[in-house]
Write a protein that binds this ligand. Structure first.
Ligand SMILES: Nc1ncnc2c1ncn2[C@@H]1O[C@H](COP(=O)(O)OP(=O)(O)OP(=O)(O)O)[C@@H](O)[C@H]1O
Length: 659
């Protein structure tokens, strides 16, 4: 029994009163309070707040909703009760048994809510929550202990896609016979930085088809996001490639995970060394090239075949000086340590374009077995701190290459930032009046100097810097300690021209040379045996080889039109003596220190199959080159004169009218 206190006194209700009737009564009286307790159902009672002010509009809405809910509930319960009674009848019970369960008595929605939130029920809820929480904590604890226990028997190694070790492991994995039996594999033509046929599908090697051999090789690899198992040295091993989104344009980064069922690191070490050795063996005849990405990480971009140092023709002694000096430096770590001198060496190769500076650097790297790390000073976004980070991230023994060291600075390489002058080709400041273009470089000279020998500079690295503008470089940059040895690369001498001619038209391998000496005695046999590609012909003269069987001649209109020399054409086979004579004549035609070696190489390439023509036409070619150079110089002078000429102030309308 409860009471509602209206403004005019309590409102008596006979129990049990349906809630709808109560709320209707409340709406009738717009100002009221509820006091004491109101019995809403025969078996539940809610302690009412001592005093509660309710908005009549809200109460009216509440009444409507409750009514609606009651109707739905009663329909549902009637439906379910009907079903139950049917079932009960089927099972031999009568209707009274069903109503005895009390099911029909919970038809009132409000009483259901009251039941759920009664004090006793809340206590039960609380118990349930605490009990559930304890259970979940125990479950998690059990799982973490389980995984800890299991993991203590495994060693897991992660290989990041950007790291060289990833390439080693992938090449090693691609060679494992386990993949040939796997039901799901990834087929890949990625070479992981190798040029050689280190990765192959069985049978691919046996196919002698030229196009099959030359194209990219196929490899079986573990599929991404799958876990594979295999045995290594009698240990169970799990391999997973995990891909994760990096956030940059949906790019995915990959990590290779290898778990070995062992408690000793010995097996993992063995695996790593085996993979590295395999990779190095496959890479023996090439050098690895690394460049930096926008995040200042070094990335392996290519492997290039090593270039024989003898193929670069320099003035006598220069190649030997460079190689011996670098080799001696690498062996002198303790000498440097004993004297407290930073273990670094820098070389500056300067001089004419196309004189072999870059070629000799990559050749030295190959000779010393070092990788080349290209530091591009004009890279977008490169500033002082990122350059310093790049240099400190270099490996201990490597070749760091800074090409065109002056190019990063559109301004002259001078410490004085105020003196913003543009250097010309010789590094001299431009004439007064010429406005320098705005500098886009975020790299300063002091940043470069600090990166080269600051505290973060890497020990053991050999730095090669190249430039065509020696005089433009700041004294501080080229001082010993930063760039210790400066070597000038000049335009081609007659000596170089002669040697280049030799290297073009003489068989390159030893056997051919021997045969060549014997050839004067036994010319006929030699013709059949010789196989130096590109220079393997049957004529002593320039004449193109004539086929024994006359072939049908295509009409002139159908013949392909092209300029230059087709690579299929063969050079005549010349004897050493002949080559020596021609080389001498060629060298005589070439002026001393006027043309670059790159230009000579280009000229001889156009006469690849015609050594005699190369000699007879050399003089005319030199004249053409001179004329072209003169034209260029005149154009440059005209441009310089035009840009330095004082510009007249524009005539104003007033002055026009005055005149
Ligand atoms: N001394 C040389 N001996 C043999 N080939 C040479 C020589 N100099 C240049 N070449 C050839 O000329 C081409 C260009 O050479 P390279 O790039 O090494 O010249 P560079 O001095 O670095 O030029 P740049 O200063 O323009 O970068 C290469 O193909 C190379 O084979």
């Amino acid at each position: 029994m409860g009471q509602i206190l209206a403004r005019h006194g309590p409102l008596r209700l006979s129990a049990p009163t349906p809630l709808t009737e109560v709320t209707t009564a409340l709406v009738a009286d717009s100002s009221y309070e509820i006091g004491g307790s109101v019995t809403l159902d025969s078996f539940c009672c809610i302690p009412s707040p001592p005093s509660l002010q309710l908005n009549p509009f809200v109460v009216a809405k509440l009444a409507t909703y409750i009514n609606l809910a009651q109707q739905v509930l009663s329909t549902l319960s009637g439906h379910v009760a009907g079903n139950l009674s049917n079932n009960a009848t089927d099972a031999g019970f009568n209707n009274s048994t069903v109503s005895a369960t009390g099911f029909g008595s919970v038809t009132d929605f409000s009483s259901l809510v009251a039941l759920l939130f009664s004090l006793g029920a809340l206590r039960d809820w609380l118990k349930l929550i605490v009990f559930g929480g304890v259970l979940e904590t125990l479950r998690r604890l059990a799982f973490s202990l389980y995984y800890k226990a299991i993991n203590s028997f495994w060693i897991t190694a992660h290989f990041d896609e950007n790291d060289s070790s990833y390439d080693w492991m992938m090449v090693w994995l691609s060679k494992q016979p386990a993949w040939t039996q796997a039901r799901e594999v990834q087929i890949s033509t990625r070479s992981f930085g190798l040029n050689t046929s280190a990765i192959m599908v069985a049978g691919e090697e046996d196919d002698n088809n030229l196009s099959m051999l030359s194209s990219r090789k196929l490899a079986y690899l573990p599929s991404a996001s799958l876990t594979y198992s295999m045995w290594y040295h009698h240990r169970y091993m799990l391999i997973t490639r995990v891909q994760a989104q990096t956030g940059y344009y949906g790019q995915k980064e990959e990590t290779l995970q290898i778990s070995i069922l062992t408690r000793s690191h010995r097996v993992l070490n063995e695996l790593l060394l085996e993979a590295k050795k395999d990779y190095m063996a496959a890479e023996e005849s090439s050098i690895s090239i690394y460049v930096s990405d926008i995040n200042n990480n070094w990335r392996h971009v290519a492997s290039r075949p090593k270039r024989n140092i003898n193929s670069i023709i320099l003035d006598p002694g220069i190649s030997e000086l460079l190689v011996d000096d670098a080799r001696d430096f690498l062996e002198s770590k303790t000498w440097y340590a004993a004297r407290g001198i930073p273990f670094r060496r820098g070389y500056l190769l300067y001089g004419a374009p196309g004189s072999g500076k870059t070629s000799i650097i990559s050749s030295i790297a190959g000779e010393l077995g070092l990788d080349v790390y290209i530091i591009s000073l004009s890279r977008a976004g490169l500033d002082d701190s990122s350059l310093s980070e790049l240099i400190s991230n270099l490996p201990e023994k490597c070749v760091a290459l800074m090409e065109d060291i002056d190019a990063a600075f559109t301004q002259s390489l001078n410490r004085d930032a105020v003196q913003s002058t543009v250097a010309d080709d010789d590094g001299k400041p431009p004439p007064p009046g010429v406005t320098p273009p705005p500098s886009t470089s975020r790299l300063s000279l002091s940043g470069l100097l600090n990166a080269l020998d600051g505290v973060g500079a890497q020990e053991g690295r050999i730095l090669y810097a190249t430039t065509n503008k020696y005089s433009a470089l700041d004294e501080a940059l080229i001082r010993p300690g930063r760039l210790d040895l400066h070597i000038e690369f000049k335009l081609a001498s007659r000596y170089q021209a002669r040697k280049l001619f030799y290297s073009f038209y003489l068989p390159s391998d030893e056997t051919s040379a021997k045969k060549d000496e014997e050839g004067e005695k036994n010319e006929k046999d030699e013709k059949d045996k010789d196989s130096d590609s590109g220079y393997n012909s049957n004529a002593d003269d320039d004449a193109d080889s004539t086929p024994s069987e006359p072939e049908p001649v295509a009409p002139a209109a159908d013949k392909p039109v092209f300029f230059g020399t087709s690579h299929r054409q063969q050079a005549p086979k010349l004897r050493r003596k002949q080559v020596a004579k021609l080389a001498e004549r060629f060298a005589e035609a070439i002026p001393e220190r006027e043309l670059s070696m790159a230009a000579l190489q280009g000229y001889l390439m156009t006469h690849k199959i015609r050594p005699h023509h190369a000699v007879t036409e050399a003089k005319a070619w030199v004249e053409t080159e001179r004329a072209a150079r003169l034209r260029k110089q005149q154009q440059a002078q005209q441009q310089a004169a035009a840009s330095s000429a004082p510009t007249d102030p524009p005539a104003t309308a007033n002055s026009d009218s005055d005149s």
